[in-house]
Write a protein that binds this ligand. Structure first.
Ligand SMILES: *[C@@H]1O[C@H](CO)[C@@H](O)[C@H](O)[C@H]1NC(C)=O
Ligand SMILES: *[C@@H]1O[C@H](CO)[C@@H](O)[C@H](O)[C@H]1NC(C)=O
Ligand SMILES: *[C@@H]1O[C@H](CO)[C@@H](O)[C@H](O)[C@H]1NC(C)=O
Length: 333
């Protein structure tokens, strides 16, 4: 059976909570020591592992839910996302502007790796950012312009769709974008949600699952119109009630929004300003894992936010996620 250190914390929290109220309120727990720029969390229920990346160091990491151990491997470049494949022990990774297939069991054994394709030759300083597999195993993965202390080179991002048949020449689906982010599908699989971070908006499209096509863009949430939250929407996931959970980069929080009404339903503070992404996981898919960054913090901010760059867990949210989809692009590498 899976014994987790978080259970102990949760029982602690429960005791405290019972003193104050009859319902449990969310608990926020730091799970790992900080790294530079954690991103791209994805729960692999087959392995009981949370995969994530440290973008600028090129590390791909895994967190073992059962014992809190982390493992990591190192690639030569910037790695923004990790997508488990349908094939056992195979992962799809973004490396700079390339999509890479890599054999790793998430714990010890690393096998072969192969660059499948390199995109956006017209924007040589751009790189991949967030991405996910859809229900049919296609990969939706977008790019962003080069980022430094003066900002992001505008309009060099493109959201691409990779399939079994087109992966060597993937289809641009949304262009131009500034920082391709977000990505979630609703339970019925007829809506697609997307974020271009600098716009500060979450948008929806009608989604045709068979063709893998998106149409009819609508803004469902705009951070610019909100009084009590700051920052830019970054990584995103969805729960079984079709509400969206969004990381606020430079907003120090995770928010829950209802894309049908545009309402902000909940704000959960995280002890790190740069919250980068969220993913449901744990044996019951009811823990919201949160990645954060210390990359852009100055020395003073690092002192004030010692946990920035850690992975956090939010518990007792009263809802849960759906299993993430596995990518199915190549059979062997
Ligand atoms: C990724 O980009 C960095 C910086 O330009 C470069 O040093 C590295 O070799 C690249 N990695 C790959 C796999 O192309
Ligand atoms: C940031 O990048 C842009 C475009 O790549 C470059 O023109 C600018 O000089 C860079 N600024 C700094 C502070 O590195
Ligand atoms: C990207 O950012 C630039 C500069 O902020 C802005 O003018 C442009 O409209 C943005 N592009 C998109 C697709 O939002």
């Amino acid at each position: 059976m899976c014994e987790n250190i978080m259970l102990v914390f949760t029982l602690f929290m429960l005791n405290f909570t019972l003193l104050w109220a009859h319902t449990r309120s969310p608990g926020v727990f730091q799970l790992t020591p900080p790294i530079d720029h954690a991103e791209g969390p994805v729960w692999d229920g087959r392995k009981g592992l949370l995969f994530y990346v440290d973008i600028h160091s090129g590390h791909v990491l895994s967190y073992e839910y059962c014992n809190g151990k982390t493992h990591s491997i190192s690639l030569y470049g910037e790695v923004s996302v990790v997508i488990p494949a349908k094939t056992e022990n195979l992962l799809y990774l973004s490396l700079n502007r390339s999509l890479v297939a890599l054999q790793w069991d998430g714990r010890t054994t690393v096998g072969k790796q192969k660059i499948l394709v390199t995109v956006s030759p017209q924007y040589p300083s751009s790189r991949f950012n967030d991405g996910k597999a859809d229900k049919r195993g296609r990969i939706w993965l977008g790019t962003m312009g080069h980022e430094n202390s003066s900002g992001v080179v505008p309009d060099e991002g493109i959201l691409y769709k990779f399939t079994k048949t087109n992966y060597q020449n993937p289809l641009p689906v949304i262009a131009p974008v500034n920082i391709s982010n977000g990505l979630a599908w609703n339970k019925k699989n007829d809506k697609f949600f997307y974020i271009d971070t600098p716009t500060r908006k979450v948008v929806s499209y009608d989604y045709d699952d068979l063709k893998g096509e998106i149409t009819n863009k609508k803004v469902v949430f705009d951070v610019n119109n909100q009084m009590h939250i700051t920052g830019g929407p970054d990584g995103m996931t969805i729960d079984e009630d079709d509400n969206l959970w969004v990381a606020l980069y430079n907003g120090g929080a995770v928010i829950k929004i209802d894309p049908r009404t545009g309402k902000l339903l909940q704000v959960i503070g995280i002890p790190a300003q740069a919250v980068t992404s969220v993913a449901w996981g744990g044996p019951k898919l009811d823990i919201l894992f949160v990645t954060t960054s210390r990359f852009a913090l100055n020395a003073e901010q690092r002192k004030q936010q010692p946990a920035a760059g850690a992975i956090f867990a939010i518990t007792d949210l009263g809802t849960r996620g759906l299993p993430s989809f596995e990518a199915d692009i190549v059979d062997i590498i």
